[in-house]
Design a binder for this molecule. Structure first.
Ligand code: NAI
Length: 306
């Protein structure tokens, strides 16, 4: 498998590193607009191959898309991240132009590529990538829910005082502080609903901490996070590479699913060699349905700014 990662910044480099360490890709191409930056990151990462025990080849390119030719998967992380106090939506003006331009260049070199959109505001950027490229809906995946669900599991395990591997939980809806819908009623600890262990007050605290998970890190770091975002992307790429049919919440173009149309929003998706192989419609409670509808309204309002 050949994977291109556009944007060799914090998230792009972290994602390339995890893909390399997981050792399922033959070639990883890092592309950045900053002269020499992607080449430098690629060289630094390649010098970890004997230390980390991987065989992937990592190459860098400054704005040269010919090196990305015949990629199976391309990850778009190019753009600006938010600073403390900023919302993801405030990035739209700059990032929309970048995402559109990059998606078009990627397809010109790799007509069969599956695109994973990471740049924020992610749901709107994934929607824009659909509109700009006209690719079939299975081939554009917005990454947000995989990260938000990992953050939800972290918060749940902390509250439950148990290992994260004992917890299963999912966040659907938009990838924004107000749009995320952590499905607390469906979260389980070893098949037992977490609602059996946690008071309503603690449940509410966990949900809130999950929704502001990115903002909390942005405040601490002075910029947005990269390890968990990179790891989440690498898991989506691995599911495609291994055709594993693993389910992740991803921002998918909805055409009637969940009663929604003409919007990219986080819903459970089966990921395999064709990208989004199935959008899974799970039964939602009335409360969950209302939250998802509100979330869709919020994302649609951001889409209207395009
Ligand atoms: P960063 O600033 O560290 O890296 C971005 C890189 O993109 C820079 O190296 C920059 O030179 C490059 N770039 C800018 N324009 C480009 C172009 N036209 N072509 C190629 N490269 C270009 O930012 P970071 O932290 O890596 O974040 C990247 C994006 O990912 C941001 O929009 C951020 O908000 C988003 N993000 C999304 C997450 C998600 O869950 N969907 C999680 C974390 C970040």
């Amino acid at each position: 498998m050949k994977v291109t990662v556009v944007g060799a910044g914090a998230v792009g480099a972290s994602c390339a590193e995890y893909i390399a360490i997981k050792n399922f890709a033959e070639e990883i191409v890092l592309v950045d607009i900053k002269e020499g930056f992607a080449e430098g990151k690629a060289m630094d990462l390649m010098q970890t191959a004997s230390l980390n025990g991987f065989d992937s080849t990592i190459v860098g390119a400054t704005n040269d898309y010919s090196k990305t030719a015949n990629s199976d998967v391309a990850v778009i992380t190019s753009g600006i991240p938010r600073k403390p106090g900023m919302t993801r939506e405030e990035l739209i003006g700059i990032n929309a132009g970048i995402v559109k331009d990059v998606a078009t260049k990627l397809i010109a070199e790799s007509p069969n590529v599956i695109i994973i959109v990471v740049s924020n505001p992610m749901d709107t950027m994934a929607y824009l990538a659909h509109k700009a490229t006209g690719l079939p809906k299975n081939r554009i995946i917005g990454m947000g829910g995989a990260l938000d669900s990992a953050r939800f599991k972290y918060r749940l395990a902390e509250a439950l005082e148990c290992p994260q591997s004992d917890v299963d939980a999912m966040v659907i809806g938009g990838h924004s502080d107000t749009g995320m819908v952590p499905l607390i009623e469906k979260a389980v600890r070893n098949s037992v609903p977490v609602t059996a262990f946690l008071s309503e007050e603690v449940q509410a605290e966990v949900v809130e901490a999950t929704k502001v998970g990115g903002a909390t890190l942005t405040k601490l770091l002075g910029t947005s996070a990269w390890y968990a975002p990179g790891a989440a992307v690498s898991e989506l790429v691995r599911a495609i590479a291994l055709d594993s049919k693993k389910m992740f919440p991803c921002s998918a173009l909805l055409e009637g699913e969940y009663g929604l149309n003409d919007i990219s929003l986080g819903v459970p998706c089966v990921i395999g060699k064709n990208g989004i192989e199935k959008i899974v419609e799970i039964e939602l409670s009335e409360t969950e349905k209302a939250k998802l509808a509100d979330s869709a309204e919020g994302v649609a309002a951001v889409n209207a700014l395009l």
